[in-house]
Ligand binder design. Sequence first.
Ligand code: CP
Ligand code: NVA
Length: 307
Amino acid sequence: MNHFLDVADYSPSEIQDILDLAVRLKEEHFAGGNAPLFKGKVLGMVFQKPSLRTRVSFDMAMRHMGGDALYLSPNEIGFGKRESIADISRVLSGYVQAVMARVFEHEHILELKKWSSVPIINGLSNFSHPCQAMADAQTIIEKFGSMKGINVTYVGDGNNVAVSLMHIVVMLGGNFTIANPEGYDIPQAAQTTGAELAEKSGAKINFLRDPHKSVENAQVIYTDTWTSMGQEDSAAEREKVFPPYQVNSDLVAEADKDVIVMHCLPAHRNHELTDEVADGPHSVIFPQAHNRLHAQKAILARLFELA
Ligand code: CP
Ligand code: NVA
């Protein structure tokens, strides 16, 4: 059984193949539409947290390719409360052809996978956000032609988005730098996986505290919210610690002159990213969001073994 839980579960060439397919499906989409390869297939979408991009891009990916999607809100299935995850997984497996789930605990995705007889997709957990990373890589490759040797700097919290970005960047031969305050590091297990992937590809990883040093020679600057979903209790503390890590025009001016600025969105404007940068000439935040659609199609097609 194929699943899509983390980019590091795949080899670099498998990830590159999915990215190549995403490019092909994007071309097809704009050249009159995709073939209805997903006819007769339904994707179950289990959400424990809110979503705009993940929900709509997966739903539209299914519809564009002749399939359908079913949204299951937190209130509906009482994930792990009304019913055990093991039971939910076995029941859903008999109704739909794949399940995409957005959860709090990463272990819950692993539990879904353990009991499922259909592919499980990680639509964001507290640990990682691999579907986002696929669209991110697609966006970077569209701009630079390849990930090889590209300097990608992430400024901010060492969160789920940072983990998946680090893994996909170094896996494909890009160099990854992160600048974050003490206490907000990328989890050790993800750092270890990153180091292993980097060793294989020859990429470099730098863990820094200084945002200014981190953007020297950066061709990509990436940031994300200082307070992820589920961390609301520590938001006030985070608002005190993170302001030096704001991506603003002064910071962008210290990077490569052709730098692109990325954010997975939703953005908290004038917190981690200023309006001026978000809406300025270096920003690719909307093409990046739109690439979610094409990346999801490619992930689904691979899991359904249809392309
Ligand atoms: N980037 C992203 O996953 O957005 P949503 O939370 O809106 O799905
Ligand atoms: N790090 C953010 C990403 C949202 C898409 C969160 O988990 O809330």
